[in-house]
Structure formats: C-alpha cells, structure tokens
Design a protein around this ligand. Structure first.
Ligand code: CMP
Length: 140
C-alpha cells in the first residue's frame, strides 16, 4: 500500500472541549503519523477559501461561521493509505451515521460541529496541505 499524506483539521468544537489529545491518540493508534501540526484561528476569508468548493451549498455560511468560531488544529498525517485510513477513523460526516468507535461517533456534536475534517482524495490532500503548510514545515 502506498505511503500517503492527508490534511486533517481538528475543528473548533474539538479545541473548545480540549479533545485534541484524545483525537490525536486515535489517529496515531490507527497508524497515522502527525508529520506537521499547528494551531490557528482561521479568518473568514481563510475559511471561505479553504471550503470554496462548497460555496454554493446551503450550509456554506454556517460552516464558515463555525470554522472561525474558535481555534483549529491543522495537521498533515502520513501513513499507508492515509487519505482513506483517516476517513475510516473519522467516520461518516454526520455523526448520527458514523460507525461505533469512530472519532465523529464518539466526539462530534452535529453534522457541522463534527470535530474533524479529512481530505477526500490524494489530489485534494495535496492542495489542502499546501493551503496550510510550507514544505519545510512537514517533517516525516
Ligand atoms: P468537512 O469534512 O469539513 O467538509 C465540509 C463540512 O461541511 C463537513 O465536514 C461538515 O462539517 C459541514 N456540513 C454542514 N452541513 C453539512 C451537510 N448537510 N452535508 C455535508 N457537510 C455539511
């Protein structure tokens, strides 16, 4: 299986409830290595740019408001099949549909405040990693 990198964001509902360590432990237990990490508070323009693909969706404004409501932790995760692996560990977008034992099932508050974001493809991962990190900040 290929060694991949993916972009992960621990969202404001997770930082607010001091859950970043517990979530990181789940990621690491799943074989994902945190090769870059930073805590930041997104501006409205940054959140709009990151989620630009969703700008026509009805939930876009609420999503931007939520993602700017507190600090986030942006991460680069590395490992075998990292994109799919991270999505497995996170569980479905809607916590009501997420499998038992997944991050979103155990921690998410709602479909919006769903604790974590993960890239949905290797192509998008490369773009999303470049949004948050310079190559020199990623230490494998
Ligand atoms: P994320 O993986 O970060 O990608 C887009 C985000 O939009 C998603 O997680 C959810 O937090 C949020 N969102 C809010 N409402 C919806 C919805 N109805 N369908 C999908 N995503 C939603």
């Amino acid at each position: 299986m290929p060694i991949e990198r993916t972009l992960s964001i621990l969202k404001p509902d997770a930082t607010r409830r001091n859950l970043t360590g517990q979530i990181n432990a789940r990621l690491e237990a799943a074989g994902l290595r945190i090769v870059a990490q930073k805590r930041l508070h997104l501006t409205t323009a940054q959140a709009e740019a990151f989620y630009a693909v969703h700008r026509e969706r009805g939930f876009f404004r609420d999503l931007v408001t939520f993602m700017t409501s507190g600090p986030v932790v942006a991460q680069v995760l590395e490992g075998e099949n990292a994109v799919a692996r991270n999505r497995e560990v996170m569980g479905a977008t809607d916590p009501a549909k997420a499998a038992p034992g997944t991050i979103r099932k155990d921690f998410a508050e709602s479909i919006e405040a769903n604790s974590a974001h993960g890239s949905d493809s290797a192509e998008n991962a490369a773009v999303e990693i470049g949004f948050f990190f310079a190559a020199i900040e990623i230490v494998g």
